[in-house]
Design a protein around this ligand. Structure first.
Ligand SMILES: [Zn+2]
Length: 123
């Protein structure tokens, strides 16, 4: 269906659907006559996507509350500061623990390999 039809079906404004689109709402390119095209939306796909968004947000809020109560600790990358999820807490509210995220781990490994290479060449 078209964006207007989607807006009507879900009682939302076009602005809302553009915001959803930025966050990954499913859509398909529908070719029209000539070189032109428009986005096409499947109401069931959009509804399912909305449901997963709501579930993800609910989990996020639950974890936030458990973190504030010390039941969970936030795991943060010690290199770049990116949040990487939660670990069981130690009862102390708003605790953070550190780890290393995948991109940083790869970067550190690359740098270590380069240093090792330079070291071997200098021997
Ligand atoms: Zn990182």
């Amino acid at each position: 269906m078209t964006r207007n039809e989607l807006c009507e079906a879900l009682s939302v404004t076009p602005t809302t659907t553009f915001n959803w689109q930025r966050k990954g709402m499913p859509k398909e390119k529908k070719m029209l006559q000539g070189q032109s095209w428009r986005w096409d939306f499947n109401i069931d796909d959009v509804r399912n996507w909305l449901r997963t968004q709501i579930e993800a947000r609910t989990d996020e809020l639950k974890n936030e509350i458990l973190w504030e109560r010390g039941k969970l600790m936030k795991v943060v990358c010690a290199w770049c500061g990116k949040e990487m999820g939660y670990k069981p807490g130690n009862g102390i509210p708003k605790q953070e623990t550190h780890g290393i995220c995948k991109p940083c781990a790869e970067k550190v490994k690359r740098e270590a390999n380069n240093e090792l290479y330079k070291f071997r060449r200098s021997e």
